[in-house]
Design a protein around this ligand. Structure first.
Ligand code: ADP
Length: 483
């Protein structure tokens, strides 16, 4: 559309050029015509013959032609120079701006010339672009400096690699942990041989998702074994395309050591407590047999037995937790779920009958490859809670279902429920929804923490669906595994 293009026409320059050109040419033609006329009149004054007249006309015509050519050339030269002069200046400025983009910003500020047409517009636009670029460059280099200071000052080891595995940068901490070859390493695999680390980087690069892995490395400094938490995150460009991965190594050796000290301490104390407690329980039982007719003495004996049982249960739970936390091996085997569930239900038959609960078992999944005693403990703890916390005549539904590549255990009851805001805390050790009431029920406060640990050790996850007054449902998802 030619009319549409008209909007791009620099009207002021065009009008200025057109008026100046027309004026100069018209004035020049008028002047030349006037001089040619005088020239011709002068020639004709002395002409006698026809040949002399013709010569006078030819001379006047020649004068007109030569002077016209001369004037038109001068005018064109002047107009041309006037037109392109500012363009040359703008070109020089544009080139200098371009150069400044690639070299240091040593330039002086380019101020526009004081014209009032589109050339000035162009110059001021160029001037603003120049200012903008310089501001952006300044803030970019400031940001870069801040990031570099942050990365080099951090206590974590940091390394960034490109999508082809080439190293972009690493900080001094990284160089302290890993041996950097004298020749300077180009690729991450030149420095790190550990397959878990390389796999973590590759995984983030492939799937674009952050990844965390716990790794054990022999340090470069004193060759001691250190434990690190490696977190990898993808580096994406403006279009969201992954161009690299940044990896951070957090040293958790000290944390792990203190954690192990704590686990060992709890395990040792529990072990030490178990023997005297079993002995107290034994003596209490003997006393009960000997004091059968002494009602007053039996009344005093009851709380001793009750509290000893509670302490034994607590010590046993603490030992179970310690063994789970210390990462003891799971003894995985094919567990027949129906048989196991019926056995656990059988263990609670007395409590179920005493509280007149209705329990239904629905087993749609046959076998789970897992640690049998641990799965039994999961079922025991969840069922024990349901029996304990729902009022008399309640209903409990146990479901084993198979969904996708998961075996799911659901235990639902119509008990008092758990307030939503406490769902995140319910799996913490010693957390009780109503501490006074629950202690009365004889709970140790460790049952759900043990269940959660067992499910996590099997690579699964646990969740709770519950509302105050609307019953509780615990869901344990176990991934299908054969090893
Ligand atoms: P406890 O030994 O006290 O039962 P748990 O770790 O097994 O400890 O449970 C933690 C708390 O969660 C309990 O004290 C109880 O308040 C709440 N809870 C667990 N299961 C249920 C349930 N089925 N219904 C209502 N509350 C429950």
């Amino acid at each position: 559309m030619p009319f549409k293009k008209f909007q791009y026409l620099p009207k002021q320059i065009f009008l200025k050029f057109f008026i100046q050109q027309t004026l100069v040419i018209v004035v020049s033609i008028l002047l030349l015509s006037f001089f040619s006329h005088i020239f011709l009149a002068n020639g004709l004054k002395h002409a006698q013959t026809a040949a002399e007249i013709e010569y006078a006309y030819s001379a006047a015509f020649l004068f007109l032609i030569i002077s016209s050519c001369f004037i038109v050339s001068i005018v064109s030269l002047w107009m041309g120079l006037k037109l392109v002069w500012p363009l040359g200046r703008i070109l020089v400025k544009a080139r200098s701006i371009l150069k400044n983009e690639y070299t240091s910003m040593q330039n002086a500020v380019i101020e526009p010339e004081n014209n009032d047409d589109e050339w000035q517009d162009l110059e001021s636009t160029l001037h603003s672009i120049n200012k903008d670029i310089r501001n952006k460059e300044r803030s970019l280099s400031r940001e870069r400096e801040e990031i570099e200071t942050l990365v080099s000052g951090t206590t974590q080891a940091v390394v960034a690699v490109e999508s082809n595995g080439d190293i972009m940068f690493f900080n001094s901490q990284f160089a302290l942990i890993f041996e950097i070859p004298q020749s300077g390493a180009k690729r991450l695999s030149d420095i790190i041989r550990d397959q878990i680390i390389l796999k973590t980087f590759r995984h983030t690069l492939e799937f674009g998702s952050p990844n965390t892995e716990q790794i054990s490395i022999q340090t470069n400094t004193d060759h001691s074994q250190a434990i690190y938490n490696l977190s990898t995150s993808p580096l994406k460009n403006d279009e969201g395309k992954i161009y690299g991965v940044i990896g951070m190594f957090y040293d958790i050796t000290e944390l792990k050591r203190t954690e192990q000290v704590r686990i060992d301490f709890v395990a040792n104390v529990s072990h030490e407590l178990r023997t005297p407690l079993t002995s107290i329980k034994g003596y209490a039982q003997t006393l009960r047999e000997d004091l059968q007719n002494n009602i007053d003495a039996l009344k005093l004996l009851s709380p001793i037995e009750k509290n000893t049982d509670r302490l034994i249960a607590l010590v046993n739970d603490l030992l179970s937790l310690s063994s789970l936390e210390s990462g003891s091996e799971l003894n995985k085997q094919s567990v027949r779920l129906l048989e196991l569930s019926q056995r656990v239900l059988g263990n609670f038959q007395n409590q179920i009958s005493a509280k007149k609960h209705k329990v239904t078992l629905n087993c749609q999944s046959d076998v789970l490859f897992a640690d049998r005693s641990k799965i039994e403990q999961v079922l025991t703890n969840l069922l024990e809670n349901a029996i304990k916390y729902i009022p008399e005549g309640g209903t409990i539904q146990i479901d084993w279902i198979h969904e996708g590549n998961q075996t799911i255990l659901k235990i639902r009851d119509n008990g008092p429920g758990i307030p939503k805001e406490q769902h995140t805390r319910i799996f913490e050790r010693f957390f009780r929804v109503d501490s006074a009431r629950n202690r009365e029920q004889g709970g140790t406060g460790l049952g759900l923490a043990i269940v959660k640990h067992i499910v996590l050790r099997h690579g699964g996850k646990i969740s709770v669906n519950s509302e105050l007054g609307n019953g509780t449902e615990f869901i344990c998802e176990f991934p299908e595994s054969t090893s």
